[in-house]
Ligand binder design. Structure first.
Ligand code: GLU
Length: 476
């Protein structure tokens, strides 16, 4: 699995499958994918499923489905961290043998006591390295132990992060954390490092909530490099997290945080979310609309901002509107039909799409705008629409019905001319006639242009809907 070429860029997205694909995770995946594509390297996927209780197959499927929907493909089959426990343990033992790790026999009670003392003395809560220099023979025979990393206590560790810049931490502040538990299972911190090495990962691009971890992971990398070589420091890029509009870290409290919710509930197109997530934390001048191909061409880490970005649903909706207008009508019709249910006719929706999509900012809005096409008579009226249909309006509709019944050319131009001349005859502005028409034809007060509506419904259905609201007296 290790990268043989040495120079090739290899990135990875390493989600913990504990629910769904979080919008922040999707952005991390996107940045990794774009970086690899931009540099002609490889993008890999690793499922960090070591927390067996919380990692479900359903969550794994949802993550892969979300990535797929966004068009993020990976160059190798996903690696499952849980499959690799033996390899993780092997590295822990190598570190132990080489003196970069040690056995710690402290009992849970002992450690609890240590923590209580630290708490009482207002000291940082950290393992006090009590077994670092003790000999194994001091422990009771057969006592369980964990393997801890022997972190250098002198000096400091510096990371030249591609996003955060130079970050320095004193080694004394890094704890001798556990690599292998008493039952022989590896900890997450060890697993990540071993997997990244074995997968040949050269660039670690992830949320800046992992920056502290990098300082704990590097000592393992450096120790292994000393032991066997071939463990170079990876390039790190820790990307600031996404915040909600109030400046706090994005969470459920701010609304939808899962990619699937944007697809299913918000009616967002994948290319819109792709573009939005890209712009959330990365910029190229003041460009807002960036296609997938342009993104691959332009993306690099120097365009990633240092401060957290704020999730702005309005911007996402505006971008979505842009991509809806660009999208193929039949594709949109299929998406709208899914929302509207079995009554929706895709062919009619495709025909209607050019007028429906001019203003819509989501598939939901498209579906709302299209719903009138499939209503059954008698139409259900919104309160506002019903309010427009007073006696006077009903009289006008019955007159209009007669005029339109004579209309043989059912086109926008002809219908507009006929309706206008009828309005003139009544000495009315066109709007005064169009409003009750809209109410009768769609059951609402907002719709595409009224002549579009007539054409889309066709002559028979249009007249039937108008007649259903026209005053019976006026028809005689
Ligand atoms: N599994 C971690 C997470 O989902 C990411 C680990 C990493 O990128 O190093 O937050």
């Amino acid at each position: 699995m290790a990268s043989e070429t040495g120079k090739e860029v290899v990135t990875r997205f390493a989600p913990s499958p504990t629910g769904f694909l979080h919008i922040g995770g999707a952005r991390t995946a996107l940045f990794n994918w774009l970086y690899a594509r931009h540099h002609g390297g490889k993008a890999l996927l690793r499922i960090e499923d070591t927390d067996r209780k919380r990692s479900t197959q359903e969550a794994i499927d949802k993550i892969i489905e979300g990535l797929d929907w966004l068009g993020l493909d990976f160059d190798e089959a996903p690696v499952f961290q849980s499959d690799r426990a033996a390899r993780h343990a092997e590295v822990a033992n190598q570190l132990l043998e080489a003196g970069h790790a040690y056995k710690c026999f402290a009992t849970p009670e002992e450690l609890e006591e240590m923590r209580a003392e630290q708490r009482a003395n207002k000291q940082p809560m950290r393992y006090d390295r009590r077994w670092r220099d003790r000999d194994e023979s001091e422990a009771p025979a057969g006592a369980p132990y964990v393997i801890r990393l022997k972190v250098p206590t002198e000096g400091e560790t510096v990371i030249e992060d591609e996003v955060q810049g130079k970050v320095t931490v004193k080694n004394a502040e890094i704890d001798d954390y556990v690599l292998l538990r008493a039952d022989g299972t590896p900890t997450y911190m060890l697993a990540v490092v071993v997997d990244d090495h074995d997968m040949g990962v050269t660039h670690i691009i992830r949320g800046d909530d992992h920056l502290n971890n990098a300082f704990r992971q590097l000592p393992v990398i450096r120790a292994m490099n000393e032991i066997e070589g071939g463990w170079p420091d990876p390039v790190y890029a820790h990307v600031p997290l996404i915040h909600g509009s109030d400046g706090a870290k994005l969470s459920k409290r701010h609304g939808a945080v899962g990619v699937e919710a944007y697809r299913d509930e918000e009616g967002v197109l994948p290319e819109a979310l792709f573009n939005y997530l890209l712009r959330l934390g990365w910029g190229h001048g003041d460009r807002e609309e960036v296609t997938r191909e342009e993104a691959i061409e332009l993306f690099d880490l120097d365009g990633v901002g240092k401060s957290p970005s704020r999730f702005d649903i309005k911007k996402l909706q505006n971008l979505n509107g842009h991509y809806i207008r660009e999208a193929d009508d039949a594709r949109l019709a299929a998406l709208v039909a899914e929302k509207l249910g079995p009554d929706a006719d895709e062919a009619l929706l495709t025909e209607a799409m050019p007028v429906l999509k001019t203003r819509a900012r989501s598939i939901n809005e498209l579906a709302d705008g299209a719903a009138f096409l499939f209503q059954k008579r008698p139409l259900e009226m919104t309160e506002k629409a019903a309010g427009l249909l007073d006696d006077e309006a009903r009289d006008r509709l019955s007159g209009l019905s007669k005029v339109l019944a004579e209309e043989n050319s059912w086109t926008i131009e002809a219908l507009e001319a006929t309706t206008k001349s009828y309005a003139e005859q009544l000495e009315l502005g066109l709007g005064k006639l169009a409003q009750p028409m809209r109410a009768a034809l769609t059951g609402t007060t907002t719709s595409p242009g009224i002549f579009d509506v007539l054409v889309l419904l066709g002559k028979d259905e249009s007249l039937a809907r108008i007649d259903a609201q026209a005053s019976p007296a006026g028809k005689e």
